[in-house]
Write a protein of this length. Structure first.
Length: 285
């Protein structure tokens, strides 16, 4: 019986051989980029259609997402017929959502089954499908970051619930409330997200805090395992989410692990008129 891979005891007892690679290897993960967008923005109305370098901001976001190699599709999720018509004219599929959605994640959760189908995973399995949420106000999103997220999901065991990229923040952004910061555990989990500078460095000039602690910025895209995103509406109300106006805090308060991975660069989300002008300068450079 040499070479059979069975022990003598297994042969004597008639026990089946243990299953190895064929059954132990799960199906590959499938990915889809979903871009939630609406026209009504409290801080900067109609910002996703603002012109940046001769293109509406939303078009720039969709086109850059399409350059990523790992996702099967890039889908706009919106409640706006104006945005639907524009995106379809640019060649992108659209899923219509309720105007009552309170955040981008809630918008995607409302159409998670359709997004899972777009990802094209084996049998449409939600646990093997990843929804990559890219905000519609990131006109310079790097396609390589989207691909890096997909590769992070693929290499980690077990498959993460949620992942998000982070970057080392330059000193001038640490105290800007329009830039979201991430506080990390030793294993890379996100402990908290805030518009305030975290950690607070006691007894030091705030302008010198960067010399005493690392500060991590949040890129503002999320990778959700589809079965986790499907639970969004059932998560408890989050006072922290309401206070900071940061949807990812709902996950933290609910005890869902948000993993992180570092990426290089500086990242711009357009939330204010000043940031829109900065984006226009960058596009013209």
């Amino acid at each position: 019986m040499a070479g059979s891979g069975l022990s003598d005891q297994q042969h004597r007892s008639g026990a089946p051989a243990p299953e190895h690679a064929a059954s132990a290897t799960p199906p590959a993960l499938a990915y889809v980029v979903a871009v939630p967008a609406r026209l009504e923005s409290s801080r900067l109305p109609n910002k996703v259609m603002a012109d940046i370098g001769g293109q509406p901001m939303l078009q720039r976001v969709l086109l850059r997402c399409r350059q990523a190699r790992q996702p099967a599709a890039v889908v706009l999720c919106t409640d706006s017929e104006v945005l639907r018509a524009a995106a379809e004219g640019w060649g992108f599929p659209v899923l219509m959502t309720s105007p009552g959605c309170g955040s981008g994640s809630e918008r995607l959760a409302s159409v998670v089954e359709a997004l899972t189908a777009r990802a094209g995973g084996a049998g449409g399995a939600a646990a093997r499908s990843v929804i990559i949420n890219v905000q519609g106000d990131q006109p310079f999103i790097d396609p390589a970051v989207i691909d890096a997220m997909a590769l992070e999901f693929a290499r980690r065991t077990p498959t993460p619930e949620v992942l998000t990229p982070i970057y080392r923040m330059p000193p001038e952004k640490i105290h800007d409330p329009n830039v979201v910061k991430t506080l990390l555990a030793a294993d890379g989990r996100a402990l908290y997200f805030s518009r305030s500078a975290i950690p607070h460095v006691r007894g030091e000039d705030p302008q010198q805090w960067h010399a005493h602690a690392p500060y991590w910025g949040h890129v503002g895209i999320y990778g959700y395992r589809a079965d986790v995103l499907a639970r969004w509406d059932g998560l408890p109300h989050s006072p922290l989410e309401h206070t900071e106006k940061l949807e990812q805090l709902r996950l933290i308060e609910a005890g869902i692990t948000v993993g992180t991975f570092p990426v290089e660069g500086d990242f711009l989300s357009v939330d204010t008129a000043a940031q829109l002008e900065q984006a226009r300068r960058l596009a013209a450079a």
